[in-house]
Design a protein around this ligand. Structure first.
Ligand code: FNR
Length: 383
């Protein structure tokens, strides 16, 4: 078999292993998918300065993220239904992240529950919260995350209402899969995935099923979920979460300098510049293009993270050079997971780390914490 050298190689293996509805769920964006594509294209448009004849023998990629030293300035972003890309997906990804020395973020919409992941890991992970209409449920999730020892809460702000992904509707996406002829055909074409999934006990949304009264099966679950994303969520909801949580808080999904100023005013510890990987507002600028204006507005006050479109170590270097304090990846690790479970996530992290190391060296730098605007050719791009 050909070696996996790039995230694109892992993506192709993920596509071959996984039933179409789950692969497409990961590898798609909302509506025209314009923002989804732009997230990647904008990285390609940024050029690095090649510097030579410097001593680049000893290099450091480790950096502090929320006060803790990590092996890379990187974490695994929250990704719903990770446990449908690969059986026990959240547990496997969390273990790979733990061994690699980077944080894993568990989504509210995960298949393995907070408690499942806590039982299968030894170090604290992060928990991502969707504040749903049922505030009692949100409060309960916060308490469960505390009880599981989660060391940061990621509050997602850009999904009060769902951006539509056409492929999900066309494929008949649901978890667990609802057995229509179209779905049966998708499953039948991926026997290895089916065999593994049959042997796995985690096949429902583990944070929800069994924790919400009346939600016991797929029908009641999808009715409940559809009614739960909360269009009334506002900045007072952030205060509500902050008071209950009381620990490190990241506000995820900030895409505009005005919102970034308000976010900083809430007393959060970090914001993540993100457009949800192009899955929400189609037509929003690429995430990396919004990093400089947001840094101009609020840089230096709290940590500014970014995600969206990172597929290589070169992309991480560009984000750090533009001023991000940390980066996070969604699809890059999901492709690894779909390609090879825990070993696949590790492979994705190895690929990114190696590319980042070589790219940094070829820019003439030896410490990831010292990269900056001076590494960008032609100056800082503006949105
Ligand atoms: C996501 N994302 C996401 N974000 C979040 O806060 N909660 C969630 O449950 C999910 N679910 C989810 C599912 C899938 C399949 C994807 C691809 C993404 C968004 C995610 O955290 C992150 O912002 C993006 O994935 C970053 O873009 P890239 O790295 O995938 O390009």
């Amino acid at each position: 078999m050909a070696p996996t050298l790039t995230i694109a190689d892992l993506r192709e293996r993920h596509r071959r292993f996984t039933p179409r509805m789950f692969y497409d769920y990961a590898d798609s964006g909302s509506y025209t998918e314009g923002t989804y594509r732009d997230n990647e294209a904008a990285f390609a448009a940024i050029k690095l300065r090649q510097r030579v004849a410097r001593n680049i023998d000893k290099r450091n990629l480790s950096a502090k993220v929320l006060g803790e030293t990590r092996s890379l300035p990187l974490y695994l972003a929250p990704v719903g239904m990770t446990g449908m890309q690969h059986p026990d997906g959240e547990i496997l990804a969390a273990r790979a992240a733990e061994k690699f020395g980077v944080p894993f973020t568990l989504s509210t919409m995960s298949i393995c529950s907070i408690e499942d992941v806590a039982a299968a890991t030894t170090k604290p992970f992060w928990f991502q919260l969707y504040v749903m209409r049922d505030r009692g449920f949100a409060a309960d999730l916060i308490e469960r995350a505390k009880a599981a020892g989660c060391s940061a809460l990621v509050l997602t702000l850009d999904l009060q209402i769902l951006g539509q992904r056409h492929k999900d509707l066309r494929n008949g996406l649901s978890a667990p899969p609802k057995m229509t002829p179209k779905v049966i055909a998708q499953l039948a074409s991926k026997p290895a995935w089916c065999m593994k999934m049959l042997g796995c006990k985690h096949r429902q949304f583990g944070n929800i099923v069994g924790h919400v009264k009346g939600v016991t099966d797929m029908g009641s679950l999808s009715d409940w979920t559809a009614s739960q994303f909360d269009p009334t969520l506002d900045w007072s909801s952030v205060e509500w979460v902050k008071e209950r949580w009381g620990g490190p808080l990241i506000l995820k999904g900030v895409g505009d300098p005005d919102d970034a100023r308000i976010a900083v005013g809430t007393g959060a510890d970090a914001i993540t510049v993100s457009n949800h990987g192009g899955r929400q507002l189609d037509g929003a600028p690429a995430s990396i293009d919004m990093l400089p204006p947001i840094l101009d507005a609020v840089g230096g006050q709290i940590e500014i993270h970014m995600d969206g479109g990172i597929r290589s170590g070169q992309d991480i270097l560009k984000a750090m050079a533009l001023g991000a304090d940390a980066t996070s990846i969604g699809r890059a690790f999901i492709h690894g997971l779909g390609a090879g479970g825990e070993a696949g996530v590790t492979r994705a992290l190895e690929i990114l780390a190696k590319e980042l190391d070589i790219t940094m060296a070829l820019c003439g730098e030896t410490d990831i914490n010292a990269v900056g605007h001076h590494n960008i050719w032609g100056g800082v791009p503006r949105a």
